[in-house]
Design a protein around this ligand. Sequence first.
Ligand code: AMP
Length: 425
Amino acid sequence: MANRFQAPKGTRDLLPPETAAWAAVEAVARRVFGLYGYREIRTPIFEDTELFTRGVGAATDIVGKEMYTFADKGERSLTLRPENTAPVCRAFLEHGMDRLPQPVRLFYIGPQFRYERPQKGRYRQFHQIGAELVGGKGAESDVEVLLMLVRFLGELGFRDLRILINTVGDAASRRAYREALRTYLLPLREELSEDSRRRLDTNPLRILDTKSREEQELLVGAPRLESSLTPEAGTHFRQVLSALEAFRLSFQVEPRLVRGLDYYTNTVFEIVSEDLGAQNAICGGGAYEGLIEELGGSPTYGVGFAIGEDRLVEVLPADSLARRGAPRPVLVAPMGAVGEQVESGVRVVTRIVEDLREAGVAAIESGARGGRLFELAEKLGAPAIVFVGEDELVEGTLSVRNVATREQEKLPKRDATARLRQFFP
Ligand code: AMP
């Protein structure tokens, strides 16, 4: 009979051994973010819908097309979180973190949900590792999160990722630019796609993001945001770039980078990998000056990023330590009648296996014999087989066979355990 149930479209099961790489990546994130003083926050998987319509912006694709919104039995409109910056800022205000010493440094790891057309590297349930620095000072904050991001990716073994960076200006720059862009595009209105025509009225900056060749050509002569920047926004951006140069981070200024979320101001950035196909962005981020205020707080500078964990794991470098995963357990094989032997109500082998675990050796018992046992060890990736026969029990020894070298030694229990420990750094 065919399988009746499958994971819903756009979702997937993460299975071993891949889950070991996920756990390793997350462990590196926790360690590196900790070096910068960031601590973990876990917000609910669903929030009031209005948090996103206000926070992310009603004119964005996320809010307009991609949200999983439903009414619960109490008729509240709830939405599975499509991103985590708005929830973190909501929690920041709800728990009075604006009264803590500023800035507040937070990171999160978890699933996000967007109703997008699934393809390689794009899922409806995907996972983000992100950080937010809230209540800091402009350019300095931007540089801190970028340094942390690059250190994290560097520790995972990435060497040749590109940082694309741009400024979308402060609110005043954006207002001026929006008008300049609209004035330029209005005469071309009929040549724009339906989506872009709609954006012309709601969010003209997003048209710069277009993937269509024809539209990209129309945009060649468009005014640059640079020319609408206020002096403050210009200084902010130059400060960020010169700090990145001072730290020797390689980046590329990408004047067309605007990103899909409304809350960004000033610095925005993206990290792309040539090893991914069409969906090549690994990470997106930027500063947001208006978001906390939009959610009812006082004006607060925030900056953060979100890394797509699914894509990150997919392009982990071959030599990344995170690929290695945890070593597999050794196999403990009782010989002859030892398998049935009981002492003080417990099987003797069970006690031996548990003693190994106590000593930090991952171990499982196997009932296989002879050639089947070796085959099984190879299939499971067990680094060693431990034989326990009558002789071993009488002598207080264990026979340890190294699966890779095929060498076998009989050693006193303590020495055998020490030998096995070496497989579990
Ligand atoms: P965003 O929140 O849109 O700035 O996205 C940040 C990062 O999350 C992107 O660079 C992607 O790596 C990842 N991401 C966003 N949407 C998806 C998706 N539908 N499937 C997988 N990864 C995604």
